[in-house]
Design a protein. Structure first.
Length: 368
């Protein structure tokens, strides 16, 4: 377990985020690598920094598709889409001592999320390890507190509306640069400064819209990367950033609970699903340890377990098998109301109202 910085505010501080994103290129020159690639859509992907102190940038032809981000590779988090069950998730986290960050705006989905990122010991924030993150996410899914969780490492990010289009383009090379390497540059519209293996190009200000200004900056980035001899990467440093960084999950892995009863996730509850649950229960009953539905990690297993736990009591037994067998039998017999129920979990809920339910007590007649 890694002890994190004191004070959660440090994690969310805009000054810290902008310091990381904005100052890195200047301080990293001649000491850090800058690598850029261009994909089939003309988007430039840049990685600058050293070891785990890395900043990533995406420079797209369209101004609205540019972004910068700084992953915190040791800080594992759980991102949960907000839903009607938010209070249950918050209550669970409070009882477990987990910390839900107030930074709740995901740059990827443009939606608010609950972000669980460690726990508190007194006033000290303890970050999740990967194993703790997976274990907590698995517990949330297994308890059916959320239908979907995403885990990965925390990453502060800024998108196009936070990045000014007036700034400097830096080109990094695998050699010391000279003015001859910039013969392609029109110095009547831009200023060039060279320091060792780094050249900085500042486009003269023009009375243009942000979109028009970005087209010039993007072409400058592209030319610098493709036409400068020995160039390995390019970086854009805006004169300033607008306020408020967002976040996203770096290298994310999303787990979604299978629909109730649908163990193999093929969009239907059938005899194959019954067999899987019966086999699981039988092996558990025989005292076999480490019984599982999947070969995956704890979170993947929890996503399937939640689907098999039909009555939601946190364990798998003959009651869960009963529900599935009864549903399949009635569906196969063509009984009327079964075909009208789109989801198996809704069918299960009706059992307490319409028929015999081991969880709800006495036997009644079905589908009167």
């Amino acid at each position: 377990m890694k002890k994190a910085k004191r004070g959660i505010a440090g994690l969310l501080s805009m000054a810290l985020v902008l310091g990381c994103l904005g100052s890195l290129p200047a301080s990293a020159e001649n000491t850090s690598s800058c690598i850029s690639t261009i994909d089939e859509n003309g988007v430039i992907h840049t990685k600058i920094g050293a070891e785990t102190n890395i900043t990533l940038a995406t420079y797209a032809p369209d101004y609205k598709d540019i972004r910068e981000e700084k992953p915190e590779y040791s800080e594992w988090i759980i991102s949960i889409p907000t839903s009607d069950n938010d209070e249950a998730v918050k209550d669970y986290c409070e009882k477990q001592g987990y910390y839900i960050s107030p930074l709740q705006y995901n740059i990827d989905s443009d939606t608010r999320v609950l972000m669980v990122n460690g726990y508190l010991q007194g006033d000290t924030h303890i970050e999740f390890t990967k194993e703790e993150c997976e274990s907590t996410a698995a517990d949330i899914l297994q308890k059916k507190l959320a239908e979907e969780v995403t885990i990965g490492t925390f990453c502060s990010a800024v998108s196009y509306d936070m990045i000014k289009t007036s700034g400097t383009v830096a080109v990094y090379a695998d050699k010391n640069l000279t003015e001859d390497d910039f013969a392609w540059l029109d110095t009547s519209t831009a200023t060039l400064e060279i320091e060792g293996n780094v050249g900085r190009i500042t486009q003269h200000d023009l009375p243009l819209t942000a979109e028009e200004q970005w087209k010039i900056q993007y072409q400058l980035l592209l030319n610098a990367l493709e036409k400068t001899d020995g160039a390995t990467g390019v970086w854009y440093s805006p004169y300033m950033y607008n306020l408020l960084a967002q976040f996203h999950v770096h290298d994310p892995k999303t787990y979604t609970v299978h629909p109730t009863g649908d163990i193999d996730n093929n969009e239907t509850v059938d005899t194959s699903d019954i067999f899987d649950v019966m086999y699981y229960v039988a092996r558990k009953g025989a005292g076999i340890e480490n019984v599982s539905f999947t070969d995956g990690n704890a979170v993947e297993e929890a996503a399937v377990f939640a689907a098999a736990d039909i009555d939601g009591n946190g364990k798998l037994d003959s009651t869960d098998v009963y529900y599935m067998m009864k549903y399949c039998a009635e569906k196969g017999a063509g009984l009327n109301r079964v075909g009208e129920i789109e989801r198996f979990d809704n069918y299960v809920k009706l059992q307490g109202q319409c028929g015999y339910c081991p969880c709800f007590g006495k036997a009644k007649r079905f589908w009167v």
